[in-house]
Ligand binder design. Structure first.
Ligand SMILES: NC(=O)c1ccc[n+]([C@@H]2O[C@H](COP(=O)([O-])OP(=O)(O)OC[C@H]3O[C@@H](n4cnc5c(N)ncnc54)[C@H](O)[C@@H]3O)[C@@H](O)[C@H]2O)c1
Ligand SMILES: NCCCC=O
Ligand code: NA
Length: 503
């Protein structure tokens, strides 16, 4: 087993630019999913801490050192944060792997993406200065009109455990770029690197209250944000049930939310592909990277019947070749599931699939060589029908279910046969066919001859039960802005709608 010499920092809540013990002084153990051992603990915030953090955020917006900053001034902080993340990349990546079970390779890639995302939103923050006040020309000379883009206010950012620091960055970076004051509540299953983001913000001198970080149980440390009268928006990434609760609570105050939820995305493979192995690897990466704990995982493989047998043979060979080990081991390509709870959920999905009559073509159990840790073999399930749970529900683990098709019509029907609408992928060398599927897929993300590549310049999000709103790109910034129109009457003449009493 790979050993790490990285210590787990002991942190408090990060509020108003300093570390503060939670009012109730409770803490939650940190469990390393690859060893099942307790390796530290995080503070457990309660509604009292939420109130303190919201007050700190409001004070920041009222102070010149944050509330009156230009985009260029905010960009300096974002670039300084990016630089610190890269400075601490190796340590942060190790902490991420110890906390979430993510392979060290993927954790390191995440840290690069975190830094790049902060840099990207620094550029957009600067660009905002020239777009803050946009004149709108009318056909009337007696009016002067323009649009202002202003920070939305205090925003609650609630994030999941599968990409702990990256999912948080997708929200923190644009929120700060927009000039909002944010309260981040990461998942209690993996909060270490988000707390380190607090230390980084403290070191770069981010004005107090601009970013506050509360860790703790969702219903206790995050739910109060949804119903808090002084939180102006909630940006959430997580499961559908939680998203529904947040939306319900926010609706009582007509509070805007954006929801980045789950998925059960298809990858459709046609028999006209040039290289079978290239398509096989994308199918593997699309469902087994990050141990399948990916919202956009293409966990439904839909193969044209004419190549199905050969494709599955190759898929099996590639799957058997995946290195499953301690995530800190070099070349590890599949680590553990994040927690015992999620681990049991994944195994239950597999057992239910068996009971419903599906075939476990490969995997489905704990790897022989790993007696400890929440490890599940990469699993391929065939003989699936569309009424089965394994076809319909998000597993959020390394479980790929397979169906075949004959015609394009059948393929698109199977692909869209889901209550979700996050991502869809097609493997084909027929350009027109890919065009047709790009239009026919009911999802917010389309991959052509690939699966999962993610770029911070492009909008990320879905439709149907995958939620609404977009992270990333310019869309990710717009959602933290209040768009204000200003209309000024510039004529010296009376409006003359009413008859003047003096006439
Ligand atoms: N669409 C995306 O971009 C995306 C990305 C990652 C994960 N996800 C989804 O997230 C799910 C897995 O992540 P998860 O298990 O952390 O999700 P989750 O919904 O259990 O938790 C997400 C966050 O919500 C908090 N939370 C829990 N109950 C809450 C409540 N009542 N009010 C407010 N906040 C609450 C949690 O503490 C956590 O911080 C999967 O469904 C996955 O598809 C989606
Ligand atoms: N590649 C980023 C996926 C985010 C959702 O889990
Ligand atoms: Na953990």
């Amino acid at each position: 087993m790979a050993m790490s010499n990285v210590g787990i920092p002991s942190r408090q809540l990060y509020i108003d630019g300093e570390w503060r013990e939670p009012v109730k002084k409770n803490r939650i153990p940190i469990i390393n999913p690859s060893t099942e051992e307790i390796i530290g603990d995080i503070p457990a915030a309660t509604s009292e801490d939420v109130d303190i953090a919201v007050e700190a955020a409001r004070k920041a917006l009222a102070r010149d050192d944050w509330g009156s900053t230009t985009g260029a001034q905010r960009a300096k902080y974002l670039r300084a944060i990016a630089a610190k993340v890269l400075e601490r990349k190796s340590e942060l990546a190790t902490l991420e792997s110890l906390d979430s079970g993510k392979t060290s390779f993927e954790s390191a890639a995440d840290m690069d993406d975190v830094a790049a995302c902060f840099e990207y939103y620094a550029d957009l923050a600067e660009a905002l200065d020239s777009k803050r006040k946009t004149p709108v020309n009318l056909h009337l000379d007696s009016f002067k009109t323009y649009v202002l883009r202003e920070p939305l206010g205090v925003v609650g950012l609630i994030t999941p455990w599968n990409y702990p620091l990256l999912m948080a960055t997708w929200k923190v970076a644009p929120a700060l770029a927009a000039g909002c004051a944010a309260i981040l509540k990461p998942s209690e299953l993996a909060s270490i690197t988000c707390l380190e983001l607090g230390e980084i913000c403290r070191e770069v001198g981010l004005p107090p209250g601009a970013l506050n970080i509360l860790t703790g149980w969702g219903p206790v440390a995050a739910a109060p944000l949804s119903s808090h009268p002084h939180v102006d928006k909630i940006s959430f990434t997580g499961s559908v049930p939680t998203g529904t609760k947040i939306m319900t609570a926010a609706a009582q105050l007509v509070k805007p939310v954006t929801l980045e939820l789950g998925g059960k995305s298809p990858i459709v493979v046609f028999d006209d592909i040039d290289n079978l192995d290239i398509a096989v690897e994308w199918a593997l990466f699309g469902c087994f990277s990050n141990a399948g704990q990916v919202c956009s995982a293409t966990s439904r493989l839909i193969i044209q019947e004419s190549i199905a047998s050969e494709f599955l043979d190759r898929l099996l060979l590639w799957t058997k070749n995946i290195k499953i080990s301690d995530p800190l081991e070099e070349d590890c390509k599949l680590g553990p599931i994040v927690s015992s709870g999620q681990y049991e959920k994944v195994l239950k999905f597999i057992s239910n699939a068996k009971n419903e009559g599906a075939t476990i073509l490969y995997g489905g159990e704990r790897p022989e060589h790993l007696k400890k840790g929440y490890y599940v073999q990469p699993t391929i399930i065939t003989d699936v029908n569309t009424s089965m749970e394994i076809w319909k529900e998000e597993v959020f683990g390394p479980v790929l279910c397979v169906k075949t098709f004959k015609t394009e019509e059948e393929a698109i029907e199977l692909a869209n046969d889901t209550k979700y609408g996050l991502a869809s992928a097609i493997m084909s060398k027929d350009v027109e066919r890919c065009e047709r599927f790009t239009k026919a897929f009911h999802s917010g993300i389309i991959w052509i001859n690939c699966s999962q590549p993610t770029f911070h310049q492009l909008p990320w999000g879905g439709k149907k039960r995958s939620g609404f709103g977009r992270d990333l790109g310019e869309w990710g910034l717009e959602k933290y802005l209040n768009i204000k129109q200003v209309t000024e009457y510039t004529s010296d003449d009376a409006w003359a709608f009413y008859k003047s009493p003096s006439n």
